[in-house]
Ligand binder design. Structure first.
Ligand SMILES: [Zn+2]
Length: 303
């Protein structure tokens, strides 16, 4: 299995990450080549806790995987992965839109792009808000297959990269839980900056590697996962955007609403099946619970 070495996004010279030398090793790779299949790369599945060797930059707090699978192998795995969260897309729409809806009047409602759009549920939201031309980019074939016909034709089945869209074209770009999956977030954000019009906005949501849940759960946290190459905190998410030329307009913690069954599915609790049974017998399974579960959002502007 050929793997690619990854570096800290901020310390050009690796020795800067840690006074003692290289970035600190957090966890050791815990999967074998034949553990890997598209199922492991299906978003929001119950975690199997596979991860690469993971490192930590002491200077910035950035956490990253190294070495990782090459992009062509990752693209193949993501393209054949399952789309397994259709029932939650209504709640996700609220989780993503609510934090920025007070800035709605700042957005020019011409051209918008969502990167990692799944079946296009948020593209539909963007159209509903009034954006005239909306596009999506998504590697998972199954997600695109079940998109509504009028949405499907707006989605490109690929990883987001340079050359897919014209420069200075978009007024608004958004991407949720995707930046932590890409193998070169600097390049990703440089490309976003390039295709955005001056005064345009870019909105990202990622996991927060410094959240209390992530710290308490450590290696058992669902964010310590083979899908994640770079894991950010509030500061490093802001730094990586500003390095690409953006100005930070606003950053915030995201409040997530999900049914009890979803929280259980994503948590490393023991006796999960029994708890789910009890919840179901008490008719609690579909009860929606909201709390700040370690996601961060940031709204950048291109000035
Ligand atoms: Zn570093």
């Amino acid at each position: 299995m050929m793997l690619i070495k990854k570096k800290c996004l901020f310390c050009e010279n690796e020795n800067v990450c840690n006074e003692a030398g290289n970035p600190e090793k957090l966890y050791s790779q815990n999967f074998k080549e034949n553990d890997l299949n598209p199922d492991v790369f299906s978003a929001r599945r119950s975690t199997d806790h596979f991860h690469y060797n993971m490192k930590h930059c002491r200077k910035t707090g950035l956490v990253f995987s190294s070495d990782v699978l090459p992009d062509p192998v990752l693209l193949d795995l993501y393209q054949n992965s399952r789309f397994s969260y259709q029932e939650f897309t209504g709640l996700l729409c609220q989780n993503y839109w609510n934090p920025i809806k007070t800035f709605n009047h700042f957005f020019t409602k011409e051209n918008a792009l969502e990167i990692g759009c799944g079946n296009g549920f948020f593209i539909e939201k963007l159209m509903g808000i009034g954006f005239k031309n909306v596009y999506g980019c998504e590697p998972c074939k199954q997600a695109i297959d079940i998109a509504k016909p009028e949405i499907k034709e707006k989605i490109l089945c690929n990883f987001f990269k340079k050359g897919l869209f014209d420069k200075n074209y978009f007024d608004f770009i958004c991407s949720f839980h995707t930046l932590d999956h890409v193998s070169d977030p600097s390049d990703f954000l440089n490309t976003c900056f390039e295709i955005l019009k001056p005064k345009g906005f870019a909105y990202f949501i990622t996991h927060n590697v410094n959240s209390i849940q992530a710290i308490l759960l450590g290696e058992k946290s669902p964010i310590i996962d083979i899908e994640h190459i770079y894991l950010f905190n509030k500061q490093t998410l802001q730094m990586i955007g500003e390095k690409a030329g953006f100005r930070t307009f606003k950053n915030f913690n995201i409040r997530n609403s999900y049914p009890i069954t979803y929280w259980l599915r994503m948590s490393p609790v023991p006796f999960k099946k029994i708890i789910l049974k009890i919840a179901s017998s008490l008719r609690l399974s579909n009860r929606i619970i909201a709390f700040k579960a370690g996601n961060i959002g940031i709204l950048f502007q291109k000035l």
